[in-house]
Ligand binder design. Structure first.
Ligand code: PMP
Length: 390
């Protein structure tokens, strides 16, 4: 048996691989607390579950067009016009099995093998994995505290700029000034953009703005990705969509057709019901309490620096003061304390850790964070050591 050269080099996403390790331990009867990815303790909105049950019981669920049912695309075009100030029409929308499928399709359509893509570091691992599958050259650029003229002046030329706004893992929400400067740079350098706005609803401070609302997105070739996974606690429903110039949507549809055709008709019902509901506000209020609790619990530790994120379900901590290998840190934490988190290495930043804090009841969350604290304190005091050097 021969695996193609292209696929032989591919590896599972680090984030899903860590979650897989947790599931295997849980299946073996271990009680593991999982901070490695952000799976919400919320159920999908009730309106979503009711609509899907109703559709399953009372409709035929026939094939829809590959880019999604016409009525749904109409609804989503209205959503992005209203919520995001992107003046899209239904033929500029494609419904996908989550943002990941939209990302793969958009990047496939905008590039050829060997083309260059700018990714800000730290990054969501799927950006790198997708670019690698497509044979692209990734240019990693450090995420700036502030995206300004000096930052842009130092950027290399590229075919596509991938922006994650709000940003995983830092929680940064890009301002109108920053986005305006970026839009101008894209235009001047003939660089397309994929903007992943999957966390658009999880905002604690500031206001989320879509890059596509600040520029002629069709002329600049800006593709904007949306997902119900985080905004509506619907990770397993695999429901997302993209807004792109009509020709890009058409090409994405040509790729999607032979693979999945349209997403399942039930997923489409779920997506429509999710974006018609207002339930993200409850998530944000709940996540804010958790975010603050964890920050408070970790505040006494001298070995971890964490700023308070403006958005998202993660805390992103600088643990370089421990002087340790963060993959080994995560491995030993899991082995000894049965707590999983993501080492920053998986997101391009060794020496950092990411804690997804939205998954458990509060008591479990606090127990897991207490274990991280105890382990870090022991390493910092020299009372514990790691198998791997820094
Ligand atoms: N984009 C980013 C940056 C994410 O972190 C996530 C959730 N992990 C998603 C998108 C959601 O992807 P999907 O819609 O495929 O679940």
């Amino acid at each position: 048996m021969q695996i193609s050269q292209r696929m032989a080099a591919a590896r599972p996403l680090a984030t899903t691989a860590m979650h897989g390790r947790v599931e295997a331990l849980q299946a073996a009867g271990e009680a593991v607390i999982d901070f490695s990815i952000a799976i919400s303790h919320f159920d999908a909105p009730e309106a979503v579950r009711r609509s899907v049950a109703d559709a399953a019981l009372h409709t035929r669920l026939a094939y829809t067009s590959v880019s999604g049912a016409a009525a749904l695309r109409q609804q989503l075009a209205a959503k992005v016009r209203h919520d995001n100030a992107i003046d899209a029409q239904p033929h500029e929308i494609i419904v996908t099995n989550g943002a990941k499928q939209a990302l793969y399709e958009a990047l496939s359509v905008l590039t050829d093998p060997g083309d260059t893509v700018i990714v800000l570091c730290p990054y969501w691992p799927a950006y790198l994995a997708t670019a690698q599958l497509l044979g692209l050259k990734v240019i990693l650029v450090d995420l700036p505290d502030r995206l300004d003229a000096a930052f842009l002046a130092a950027l290399p030329l590229a075919h596509v700029f991938i922006l994650n706004n709000p940003h995983n893992p830092s929680g940064k929400v890009f301002s109108a000034d920053e986005l305006g400067l970026l839009a101008a740079w894209l235009g001047e350098h003939d660089c397309a953009a994929i903007v992943d706005e999957s966390y658009e609803k999880l905002i604690f401070e500031g206001r989320h703005l879509s890059l596509a609302s600040l520029a002629d997105w069709r002329a600049l070739c800006i593709v904007t990705l949306f997902s119900a996974s985080q905004s509506y606690a619907m990770m397993g429903w695999r429901a997302g969509f993209a807004v792109a110039p009509g020709a890009v949507v058409q090409a994405m549809e040509n790729l999607q057709g032979p693979i999945t055709a349209a997403p399942s008709a039930l997923t489409q019902v779920a997506l429509g019901a999710a974006f018609a509901s207002a339930e993200s506000a409850a998530l944000v209020a709940d996540y804010r309490i958790r975010r603050d609790l964890v920050l408070q619990q970790l505040a006494p530790a001298a070995w971890i620096k964490m700023h308070c994120p403006d958005s998202g379900p993660y805390l992103w901590g600088d643990v370089r003061a421990l002087g340790c290998n963060t993959v080994a840190f995560a491995d030993q934490l899991l082995a000894q304390y049965k707590v999983a988190l993501m080492p920053g290495d998986a997101l391009g930043r060794p020496g950092w850790i990411r804690i997804g804090y939205i998954g458990d009841d509060l008591a479990t969350l606090q127990r897991g964070v207490a274990a991280v604290l105890a382990f870090g304190n022991a390493l910092h005091a020299g009372a514990a050591t790691l198998a791997l050097p820094a």
